[in-house]
Structure formats: structure tokens, C-alpha cells
Design a protein around this ligand. Structure first.
Ligand code: SF4
Length: 64
């Protein structure tokens, strides 16, 4: 399970980082970084919440 960001939609507001700081980081230039290529079972609930809570619907999960 992989995190996919639609960079055209992301406005770098940091909501996902607040929900799942293990998976997302916003640097001091307001650039979002996905910290983990593959979502572990332990992280999955948090990442799913981040996907739901993203106000721009910029996040999704892929099975690739
Ligand atoms: S919550 Fe959505 S819009 Fe905000 S930084 Fe994360 S991906 Fe971007």
C-alpha cells in the first residue's frame, strides 16, 4: 500500500502531517514530503485518517 499525492491539489497546509507525522512532513519551505514509501499495518489507520481529513482531497492510497 502506497501513499499517492496529487501535487496539483496539495496546498501544503499540514493537516496530514498533524494526523500522521510518521508519514508526512512539511519542511520550512512549505514543501510536503512523504516519509514512507510503503504504509505499514501499524501506520495504516493514521494514514487512512490523513487521506480522509485532507481538505483538498489530495491524498489517496494505491495498492501498487
Ligand atoms: S492535508 Fe492534503 S493539502 Fe494538506 S498538506 Fe497534506 S496532502 Fe497537502
Amino acid at each position: 500500500m502506497k501513499i499517492v499525492v496529487d501535487w496539483d491539489r496539495c496546498e501544503a497546509n499540514g493537516v496530514c502531517m498533524n494526523v500522521a507525522p510518521e508519514a508526512f512532513n512539511l519542511d520550512d519551505k512549505d514543501t510536503l514530503h512523504v516519509l514512507t514509501e510503503n504504509v505499514t499495518p501499524e501506520l495504516r489507520a493514521k494514514v487512512e485518517k490523513a487521506v480522509r481529513d485532507c481538505p483538498r482531497q489530495a491524498l489517496s492510497l494505491s495498492n501498487d
